[in-house]
Design a protein around this ligand. Structure first.
Ligand SMILES: C[S@@+](CC[C@H](N)C(=O)[O-])C[C@H]1O[C@@H](n2cnc3c(N)ncnc32)[C@H](O)[C@@H]1O
Length: 509
């Protein structure tokens, strides 16, 4: 076992804060230790945590290693019933899928891919159990790349802080309390067929005993993969799903312009991807790289794709559960689901187009109040506050966006642009360098970095940034426009305006 001392974890947390803006508190150090252990196991030539830190700080290999470490570090970033809307959608589709599977003489098969420390698969199991499904109806497979996380998931023991997302009736029905530890009960475990390591960046995907998966959860995992890797993984998911099966992705992971094999479906206010009933196997994906080369921005639609709105009857329950707190986990989907964040955004964009910025702001503020946090709404609103010359509110909104998703390249990018316009070139440069770590192809981040360097009177680095902007623009794939999460009506999308501006700036320096 290679030693990892507390001071190594402190240094690593500081490095992650500086390079990607990820804030890891003291209570997240256990997860950090798990992540470093997993990386050290993969690196026989690195003897201890101090040498590992030296590797992370080295040029040019450090960035590459940091990209491998990041998805493991964020292993701590999971929770029970994460994205409540998706669990309402799961509850709505379960009865139909269970009876379809039963009709075919098999169990409903669900795979939680990238299950981290188990909160996701146990939340799925609780949802199924509460809908009256037992181990004879449902089997759940949970997998993760990180073996330490898998051990934690298999143990099924959580501290009070982690279980506070579980509505009280579920907690007492499915967990045993032992002092300040909560253990998953055997009844719930029986729904989980296996918990084991699996790397999604591999050519072998697990399959249920009969047919394909009815549901795959792969949330907040592909966000760390580069485009070819993501497309390869999605092709495999498509082929591994039964026709009509559902893919649950993280709420900021849109497949628009990235993968066309699924239909986008709205169920109980959540967006799900579905393998069409009639679609056959897709061709072999492009060869997968050995490891994700670098993260990418998952583009969001400029014009959203067609969405099928699916209405489900309220699921019939096999037993009557104790009434649930309405806020935390409404028992049945409302007959008329609330507007999804995307629909509010579309409304706000229409108001932008009319120049009615104040009305757009009110609409988005209302959505955040009623519908809860959403990254694209947050970012659009932050930009809008900037346009409306409300810098303090803009700043608050960017900070809230980053608290929601510390690894969002857009959040760092637009916060950086905002800080620069507010005259804080130092902080702006830091945010822009984080955005560029997360996505080195962001032409406009390079361009604004050049502006920061000019403001800091650092001509050499300004030149370098403008050259990087031109280079990033040249190497963009043909016809590709940079699309961002959220709407920025004041910012051109295709990067050519920034490449031109970088050329002028270079000529003037
Ligand atoms: C941010 S957590 C998401 C956990 C959970 N799905 C959720 O949304 O709450 C990302 C997880 O993906 C796992 N992961 C990263 N790369 C992976 C890969 N190539 N194959 C399988 N799991 C991977 C990490 O170990 C981590 O546990």
């Amino acid at each position: 076992m290679k030693p990892i001392l507390p001071e190594h974890l402190l240094d690593l947390a500081a490095l992650l804060k500086e390079r990607v803006g990820l804030h890891i508190r003291k209570d997240g150090h256990a997860a950090l230790r798990i992540a470093v252990t997993a990386r050290l196991d993969e690196l026989p030539e690195i003897d201890d945590a101090a040498s590992y830190l030296a590797l992370l700080r080295s040029e040019p290999g450090g960035d590459e290693e940091l990209r491998r470490l990041l998805p493991l570090v964020t292993v701590g970033k999971t929770s029970f019933f994460r994205d409540e809307r998706q669990f309402r959608a799961l509850e709505a589709i379960l009865p139909g899928l269970v009876s379809r599977a039963k009709g075919g003489g098999r169990k409903l098969a669900i795979w939680s891919a990238g299950c981290a420390t188990g909160e996701e698969p146990y939340s799925i199991a609780m949802t199924a159990a509460e809908a009256g499904a037992g181990p004879e109806d449902v089997e759940i497979l949970a997998t993760d790349l990180n073996p330490e996380a898998v051990v934690h998931a298999a143990r099924g023991t959580y501290d009070p802080r982690r279980v506070r997302e579980i509505p009280e009736p579920f907690l007492s029905r499915h967990f045993d309390r032992d002092g300040d530890r909560f253990h998953v009960r055997a009844g719930l475990r029986r729904l989980i067929a296996a918990i084991r390591p699996h790397n999604l960046v591999s050519s072998i995907f697990p399959r249920p005993a009969d047919g394909g998966w009815d549901i795959i959860f792969c949330r907040n995992v592909i966000i760390y993969f580069d485009t070819p890797t993501t497309q390869g993984v999605l092709t495999q998911f498509h082929n591994a799903l039964a026709p009509g099966g559902y893919l649950f992705l993280g709420y900021s992971e849109s497949l628009f312009r990235l993968f066309e094999g699924f239909e986008l479906t709205e169920v109980a206010g959540a967006f799900l991807y579905r393998r069409p009933e009639t679609s056959g196997r897709l061709g072999a994906p492009a060869p997968l790289p050995a490891v994700p080369a670098r993260p990418h921005l998952v583009p969001m639609p400029v014009q959203p794709p067609a969405v099928r709105h699916v209405t489900f009857a309220a699921p019939e329950r096999a037993h009557t559960p104790v009434p649930l707190p309405p806020q935390a986990y409404p028992g049945t989907p409302a007959p008329a689901p609330p507007l999804a964040p995307q629909e509010y955004l579309d409304g706000a964009v229409a108001l932008f187009a009319d120049g009615r910025f104040g009305a757009a702001r009110e609409l988005l503020e209302r959505q955040l109040e009623k519908g809860g946090e959403d990254l694209s709404v947050r970012l659009t609103l932050a930009n809008l506050y900037g346009i409306l010359r409300q810098p303090d509110r803009a700043r608050e909104s960017y900070v809230a966006a980053l608290a929601l998703e510390p690894l969002s390249a857009e959040a760092h990018l637009f916060y950086g642009i905002h800080l620069l316009s507010a005259g804080d070139a130092e902080e702006a440069a830091l945010e822009l360098s984080r955005a560029l770590f997360l996505d080195p192809d962001l032409t406009l981040a390079h361009y604004y970095q050049g502006r920061c360097r000019e403001a800091q009177r650092d001509v050499a680095r300004a030149r370098l940034s403008y050259r990087n902007a031109l280079e990033a623009y040249r190497r963009r794939p043909a016809g590709k426009r940079q699309a961002f999460l959220g709407y920025y009506p004041d910012i051109p999308e295709d990067g050519s305006a920034f490449a031109r501006a970088a050329e002028y700036a270079l000529a003037a320096l």
